[in-house]
Design a protein around this ligand. Structure first.
Ligand code: TXA
Ligand code: MG
Length: 300
């Protein structure tokens, strides 16, 4: 049974304290009313997510974002005007309207306006901000199609189907607390672009993050080229140089195309049960930083 749902029903579910999986431009989210602590608790329970991991709050506009933060400096305005709607999450001091469970007890909240018409309509029709992590079980790969969400949760959640997501990997997360810019998670909007859009400030070290995250079940290796494949029995994912192995997948050679395909390819290979998946390391260039980050986390 496919539990695909309509916008009107999804908005009603959100308003009444339920969960809905919905598309954004990055990956599918598992959403609940961000103002309802009991609804948000259902997200942690379904994902098996530790309560120490804060959720991103999705809003439909800059005005709506400002209602849920207590600090909005020039840098926030510049980044929001430039990148929203889009794959950028801003971490700012939170308003007391946001329950502590959403932010894992932190005094800050991650907030963004997603660039997807279905996500925006869902927020508008629900009339509330929507707290949503990626719609996968804890440590699994983020879903980029409604089918992936179904693989994760079966019929336990209703899904708004918006087709495959465009960006393919999760949003860039930056903290702006106290006017200081800190990259917390790289994404397809690079730190360089963000620094250019705000006042020039040097990069700061990112705080500790879950090391192994976004992982397939199959052993995943990052290799420099086909010579490093362990044997011929696994699956090789490459964009520069083909290698001899049972299964070979050629990826787009541009980072945008590559990111959009990555999680689908890893899920597909996972389902095929190879003894290993080897991914050729992408170029060591700034445009590839977010992809390299996700591959390193997926590595066994
Ligand atoms: O693209 C995305 O960001 C997707 C879509 C659904 O919006 N969401 C997503 O959520 O990837 P999730 O929960 O899988 O990852 C949220 C990230 C985590 O690394 C979390 O630690 C960070 O955002 N985060 C959220 N709130 C934060 C806060 N107050 N302080 C620091 N980091 C925060
Ligand atoms: Mg996630």
């Amino acid at each position: 049974m496919r539990m695909l749902t309509s916008l009107a029903r999804a908005a009603e579910l959100i308003r009444s304290g339920g969960l809905v999986a919905f598309p954004t431009e990055t990956v599918y989210g598992l959403g609940a009313n961000a103002l309802d602590a009991a609804a948000v608790a259902k997200i942690f329970a379904l994902k098996g997510r530790p309560s120490t991991s804060p959720l991103i709050v999705h809003v439909a506009s800059i005005d709506m974002a400002r209602r849920y933060v207590t600090e909005w400096r020039r840098e926030a305005g510049e980044l929001a005007r430039r990148y929203w709607p889009g794959p950028l999450t801003l971490v700012l001091p939170k308003s007391s309207k946001i329950p502590d469970i959403v932010t894992a007890g932190l005094p800050t909240v991650g907030i963004r306006v997603p660039a997807h018409p279905i996500a925006l309509q869902l927020i508008e029709q629900s009339g509330v901000p929507i707290a949503a992590p990626s719609a996968n079980r804890f440590t699994h790969l983020s879903p980029t199609t409604a089918g992936h969400v179904r693989e994760e949760f079966g019929d336990a959640v209703e899904i708004l189907d918006g087709g495959p997501t465009q960006v393919g990997i999760e949003s860039t997360v930056v903290s702006l607390v106290g006017g200081k810019l800190t990259l917390l998670r790289p994404g397809m909007i690079s730190l360089g672009e963000i620094e250019k859009a705000t006042s020039p400030e040097g990069p700061h070290p990112a705080p500790g993050m879950h090391e192994r995250h976004y992982s397939p079940r199959t052993r995943l290796l990052l290799v420099d080229g086909p010579k490093q494949l362990p044997d011929r029995n696994g699956a090789y994912v490459w964009c520069n140089e083909a290698g001899l192995s049972s299964r070979s997948i050629r990826m787009p050679s541009d980072p945008t195309g590559y990111a959009a395909r990555l999680y689908s390819v890893l899920r597909q290979l996972d389902d095929e049960h190879w003894p290993w998946i080897a991914v050729e390391s992408p170029p060591d260039k700034p445009e590839w930083v977010a992809i390299l980050d996700r591959l390193r986390r997926a590595r066994s």
